[in-house]
Design a protein around this ligand. Sequence first.
Ligand code: AMP
Length: 215
Amino acid sequence: MNIILLGPPGAGKGTQASSLVARRGMVQLSTGDMLRAAVKAETPVGLQAKAVMASGALVSDPIVSALIGERLDQGDTGSGVIFDGFPRTAAQAEALDLLLAERGQQLDHVIELTVDEAVLTERIVGRYTCAQCGEGYHDRFKQPAVAGVCDVCGSTSFKRRPDDTAETIATRMSIYRGETAPILPFYVARGLVAQVDGMADIEQVTAAIGAVLDG
Ligand code: AMP
């Protein structure tokens, strides 16, 4: 089962993808995570992507499509893939069709997480993760049980994404509206899209996605 999680920044794609990984053994392919890892490792792709990402703009279609293609060839995606943050443009949607077809695979569902844009900025500027295990937290919605200590691994070191600022978010939202949302009709025409209310509690969203996948 291969699915796409589609929604604007802050809609909860990463959170829901992690939960699907834990519950269903699917593999999460997040181009944002891959690019952040490339920036950290200072690979040629990372060096190229760093400034683009910091501005909130999109990294080029060939770069991200190549990352996905290489990742699909690692041989661990048999129980299904969750595409998180990819595709983000019509060209990437076409590239994904090709990448899957070349591997004898197909898309099963596109889950559109619908959200109220007004609350997304608050969600995004407040979020941070454990620097050691990656567990997600939020200034208002999800603090660690003991202040400053990760619930999962006990680390006391946390980090925030450099592109989670109010200015960058405005750019990312407008790119979502202009470039990413227009690919939805393409999938609607193929009968693949299910809408899930991304404003509900995390567990309710997880349950709603589960119902789509099991339906
Ligand atoms: P994300 O973690 O999905 O919010 O992605 C963070 C940043 O990485 C984006 O704002 C883009 O600069 C870049 N990025 C991630 N995925 C893609 C993609 N599919 N196409 C182009 N740029 C991307």
